[in-house]
Design a protein around this ligand. Structure first.
Ligand code: BMA
Length: 342
């Protein structure tokens, strides 16, 4: 397709991004790391499973915030570091959060963390209890001290994802209002803030679609990736089957200045449970995207996703390949293309 090969990632170079070439027989827009899952069962004495986790480059290596399911069943967030983003070393104790006065301020539980760098600060965003499922947030500069910020949204809400830069001067966050259980509905909304404390200008971004893989609900996944054609968003879409929910990965492009407008949205999933570690586990049939690494020089993207609520996997693509696939299967409708204000 004309011009697609020129699409650019707007991000720093990352020459040490994990990478494997696309297998010759692969017809899909994304392909799995051959040694998946990269994190197996019982990764720590007190943790039985790590999944739905987020990573970022840091200094010469990588850091991450990981959803660790303790042996009492409660999820908490664990810090990890790695030199290659494939082999991870975890702190044995969950992250201990403090408030802005340095006092302990620990959530009862915390799950599905995302990790985003905006300017010179790193933000972890997760789901936690605030009289029900709600969004928690903390900032850090050194990954030693994590300072809790005000809870951005009222309950019930999950899948909050911060954009990696301000847009029109404001911080911008996606989220997915929900109920307090295994929510059977859900659209992606967007909100803005001048100071990360007071949030407003709420807009609808996109909802479930008529395509069966995402006809129950959707939710934000990895932090949006800036390109010269818009924000590339990997999100999750869910279908209800007679054997329960199936989570796949979807992809869309949002307007760069007005990201409540969807420019293109892919009718097909770009990754769906097919491998044993995605189909079999604590919750079968789950591919749950939470982070990406990307390299501006090569256009390479490595997507980190939770597998069956039990493992972490990586899938690869390039910005041109995924953009071309989205355009070739574009199903954006007038609701998606609107500003999302009623
Ligand atoms: C969602 C979230 C995710 C989980 C998924 C599948 O509601 O709770 O953490 O991966 O369900 O169980």
């Amino acid at each position: 397709m004309i011009g697609i090969s020129e699409i650019k990632l707007i991000c720093p170079p990352l020459p040490n991004i994990p990478w494997q070439e696309k297998p010759a027989d692969c017809i899909a827009p994304m392909w799995r790391h051959k040694e998946n899952p990269i994190i197996g069962r019982n990764p720590l004495p007190e943790v039985s499973r790590i999944f739905n986790s987020a990573v970022l480059p840091y200094k010469n290596g990588f850091v991450g915030v990981f959803r660790g399911e303790q042996r009492d069943g409660f999820p908490h967030i664990y810090f990890g570091k790695s030199s290659d983003a494939l082999h991870w070393e975890f702190e044995s104790e969950k992250i201990r959060f403090t408030d802005e006065n340095g006092e302990t301020f620990q959530p009862l539980y915390a799950y599905d963390p995302r990790l985003v760098k905006v300017e010179n600060t790193y933000y972890a965003i997760w789901c936690q209890d605030m009289y029900g499922a709600a969004i928690g947030m903390a900032k850090t500069h050194d990954f030693k001290t994590f300072t809790r910020l005000e809870n951005p949204f009222l309950p019930y809400n999950r899948n909050a994802v911060l954009f990696p830069r301000r847009i029109n001067g404001n911080y911008v966050m996606l989220s997915r209002p929900c109920d307090n259980g295994h929510t059977a509905f859900g659209d992606i909304f967007i909100s803005e803030s001048k100071d990360l404390e007071f949030w407003g200008r709420h807009r609808h971004v996109m909802g479930k679609s008529e395509n069966w893989w995402e006809n129950l609900k959707i939710g934000g996944g990895a932090a949006p990736i800036e390109t010269d054609r818009g924000w590339l968003l990997f999100y999750h879409g869910v279908v209800n089957t007679c054997n329960g929910y199936v989570y796949s990965v979807g992809a869309a492009i949002l307007d760069i200045c007005k990201p409540s407008k969807v420019l293109h949205r892919c009718a097909n999933y770009v990754l769906t449970p097919e491998e044993w570690y995605e189909e079999r586990g604590f919750v079968p049939n789950v591919c749950f995207p939470c982070a990406t690494l990307q390299d501006s020089e090569s256009g390479r993207i490595a997507l980190y996703y939770g597998c069956a609520d039990s493992y972490v996997g990586i899938a690869y693509t390039t910005v041109s390949e995924i953009y071309e696939y989205i355009l070739a299967h574009d199903c954006t409708d007038s609701h998606d293309r609107s500003l999302g204000k009623r």
